[in-house]
Design a protein around this ligand. Structure first.
Ligand SMILES: [Zn+2]
Length: 474
């Protein structure tokens, strides 16, 4: 070993000892990441006038240029505006490990030029931010995945299993949801041991400083119930005891006093355990006490004062709309309400309706599930999460620690808003996270002037690249 090599190796050792991490992206890599993001943002994929097919085709061309075989990329969809792209990154020959599927939607929510400060379909850099529709949700992650696939391929990296990237249509609306369509029509293309979905979870920051990395690992089920009471009505000058408004109001009063039972699953238990480690005092003690073998119900009651913790521990149902009566001087013939429920995994709307009917204890009240958006009706069940996948979390904790030392990784349950709902229902355990840091108070997904910190973007790309390598590089 020569003198210069000795110095170089000493420098490297010091860097390792300090936990410092050499940047993984070169200037050329950053340019590539920028160009992919720009191309995606500037391809309109909104429902009204856009096309995910155009975006899918653009990404196919880039990947082809990086060395992916044409036969390993399939662009298809139900029609010519709702195309999806499925790319297979081939792993070691003869591997017995099931592929990892990555789902990422290409479509974006509508954005009107007149509402925005800049053109939403142009990537604009201003004051350290990238502005444009999709910079948060989720062309940032589409671009990070495509860029990482290209970089890894160019380096000759061979994963220990196939990695499948599905860039899809209609997550934000429309009737051609790409994940659903692929699972129903070409399951063999997307069959996997588990799925990653950078659309949910993610790195939450405070003034750019990481607070925690959330991983969405299960979802609650959304359900609306329509409540109706009808009476014969009549003149209000001679009121009988029977009154639709009183009957409905009394039933809703009983609901306000009711609490669904306490129940944790693998994900929410891990959530409280991880959160407890970041807290002090009574809250930390209570969180530990509810995750114990015999959960402490007094601790649960104290934590339930916080609506977020409460909704994590139980199914919730709340009155959201009320309408009744038709004239100031007439008895109400009809009183109606909407009750919105967020149902814990493992339970069905039918089961919740029966509980509600018992709570209302009003035989005249009709309770009906609004089936819009619930394909399985009363029997639909949000799948109970399997135990957290060790491989997924080991790689995640390692890379998070390398990039943002000390930042906790916290499993979360969300409220049924992402495509993970579809993959999980299809029996593919799904985990939602990304490394794109967004300040808690700067969530602009679906809103105007959507933006992402420039350095958050490149850190997110770097995180994606390193994560895929750590997960499949054993
Ligand atoms: Zn999204």
């Amino acid at each position: 070993m020569g003198r210069i090599e000795l110095v170089a190796s000493a420098v490297a050792m010091v860097a390792v000892a300090m936990g410092a991490q050499a940047p993984q992206l070169s200037a050329a890599d950053r340019t590539l990441a920028h160009d992919v993001l720009k191309e995606l943002i500037e391809t309109n994929t909104s429902h009204s006038v856009g096309s995910t097919t155009v975006a899918a085709e653009a990404m196919r061309k880039r990947l082809l240029g990086a060395g992916f075989a044409a036969k390993d990329m399939v662009a298809m969809g139900p029609d010519d505006r709702h195309g999806n792209l499925v790319v297979r990154y081939r792993g070691k020959a003869g591997t017995a490990i099931k592929p990892v599927l990555i789902i990422a939607h290409l479509d974006v929510v509508e954005a009107k030029r007149e509402d925005w400060t800049s053109d939403p379909f142009q990537l604009v850099e201003k004051d350290g931010f990238y502005y444009g529709r999709g910079t948060q949700d989720m062309k940032n992650s589409d671009a990070a995945m495509v860029t990482s696939f290209m970089l890894l391929k160019r380096q000759g990296f061979v994963p220990d299993r196939d990695m499948i990237l599905a860039l899809t249509a209609d997550e934000e609306g429309g009737t051609h949801n790409g994940v659903d369509w692929l699972l129903k029509n070409h399951r063999e293309l997307v069959e996997a041991g588990f799925a990653l979905n950078p659309d949910s979870g993610g790195l939450t920051t405070e003034k750019g400083k990481p607070s925690y990395l959330g991983v969405e690992a299960t979802e609650k089920l959304y359900a609306d119930f329509k409540l109706t009471v009808t009476n014969p009505g009549g003149h209000s000058s001679v009121p009988p005891k029977e009154n639709a408004i009183y009957e409905l109001a009394a039933a809703l009063g009983r609901l306000s006093a009711y609490q669904f039972p306490f129940e944790l699953n693998a994900v929410t238990k891990a959530y409280f355990e991880a959160l407890a480690a970041t807290k002090t005092g009574q809250i930390a003690t209570d969180m530990k006490a509810i995750t114990a073998e015999k959960p402490d119900m007094k601790a649960a009651a104290r934590l339930a004062e916080d609506p977020v913790y409460n909704s994590t521990m139980r199914t919730t149902c709340v009155a959201t709309i009320l309408a009744a009566g038709h004239a100031p001087n007439a008895l109400p013939q009809r009183a109606e309400a909407n009750v919105n429920c967020r149902i814990l995994p493992g339970h069905t709307p039918g089961e919740v309706r029966r509980v509600l009917e018992g709570v209302f204890a009003e035989p005249k009240l009709n309770v009906e599930l609004d089936t819009v958006g619930i394909s399985g009706g009363e029997d639909e069940v949000s799948v109970t999460p399997p135990p957290l996948n060790k491989e997924v979390f080991d790689a995640l904790r390692a890379i998070t620690e390398r990039m943002w030392p000390g930042t906790p990784v916290i499993p979360e349950m969300e409220t049924g808003a992402s495509d993970s709902k579809i993959t999980m229902a299809a029996g593919i355990p799904s985990y939602g996270f990304s490394g794109m840091g967004i300040d808690e108070d700067d969530d602009r997904a679906h809103g105007k002037d959507e933006r992402l910190g420039v350095e958050s973007y490149y850190a997110g790309v770097e995180f994606t690249y390193m994560y895929l390598k750590a997960l499949t590089g054993k």
